[in-house]
Design a protein around this ligand. Structure first.
Ligand SMILES: Nc1ncnc2c1ncn2[C@@H]1O[C@H](COP(=O)(O)OP(=O)(O)OP(=O)(O)O)[C@@H](O)[C@H]1O
Ligand SMILES: [Mg+2]
Length: 237
């Protein structure tokens, strides 16, 4: 391997998903913001937890900001994978923040500006290196000014980059033709798919966009294993 290649590899944030890093040039780029989107039950939360567990394994603190699912339920659901989640939660290498509870009990809607300020405050306070927001699309139900999103999201993404925090925005896929602002502003978009083929559920992953990384955008097979999601090199069918 050339020295240049080695240096390039050093500068990567491993995803924690077996097989995924090979598709994205060795891992995520530090300080960048990525969208992970997909239909219900496609594996978004699992992928997010694998990402945080990988960081925790390497002593990088991870922050999971939960909107509608409560942290105790998320942890309980993730315990069936061999990711060491409980140990990381107990040692505070993975920290949960129940933002949904705060927003629901505040009983008032916020502007995008206020929402992103709140998020940055939480992220700064926790001093995490990896952040997962589950799910980012749910913020839409808490804001007063939907039209102000793009500008404030742009500001938020810029700020995260300066803080050297790698962030996954988990996002619900409402339609495969409707792209929301985060798709454009994020540095990468990963799509999780599931569809029926001969009465069998087939799962697949697609790198829709990954700035600065030459990649293949074809669907790759994906399965749930005891370690969470695993990605394979071959096409799903
Ligand atoms: N071993 C398995 N085999 C098949 N499917 C599995 C397995 N483990 C989990 N699943 C599926 O994965 C789903 C859980 O994945 P996860 O919660 O990460 O999805 P999600 O995209 O976050 O879903 P939601 O949109 O509901 O938040 C389960 O609901 C189940 O359908
Ligand atoms: Mg989920």
């Amino acid at each position: 391997m050339y020295v240049g290649e080695l240096l390039k590899n050093l500068d990567r944030i491993p995803s924690g998903v077996p097989g995924l890093d090979e598709l994205i040039g060795g891992g995520f780029l530090p300080g960048r913001v990525y969208v992970v989107t997909g239909p219900p039950g496609s594996g978004k939360t699992t992928l997010g937890m694998q990402f945080l567990a990988e960081g925790a394994k390497n002593d990088e603190k991870g922050l999971f900001i939960a909107l509608f699912e409560t942290p105790d339920i998320i942890v309980r659901d993730m315990l069936r994978y061999n990711l060491g989640i409980l140990e990381y939660v107990n040692s505070k290498k993975i920290v949960f923040y129940d933002l949904g509870e705060i927003l629901l009990s505040a009983n008032r809607e916020l502007s995008w500006d206020e929402l992103f300020k709140l998020l940055l405050e939480i992220i700064k306070r926790e001093n995490a290196k990896r952040v997962v927001i589950d799910s980012f699309s749910l913020f839409e139900s808490f804001v007063t000014n939907p039209e102000g999103k793009k500008k404030e999201l742009g500001r938020f993404v810029r700020k995260l980059r300066t803080m050297d925090i790698t962030t996954l925005l988990l996002s619900e896929m409402l339609s495969s033709e409707k792209y929301t602002d985060e798709y454009y502003l994020a540095d990468g978009v990963i799509v999780l798919h599931h569809f029926m083929r001969n009465y069998q559920m087939v799962r697949a992953i697609q790198i829709l966009k990954m700035r600065g990384v030459p990649h293949d955008s074809n669907l790759k097979r994906m399965r749930f294993t005891n370690e969470g999601i695993t990605v394979y090199k071959e096409a799903p069918i």
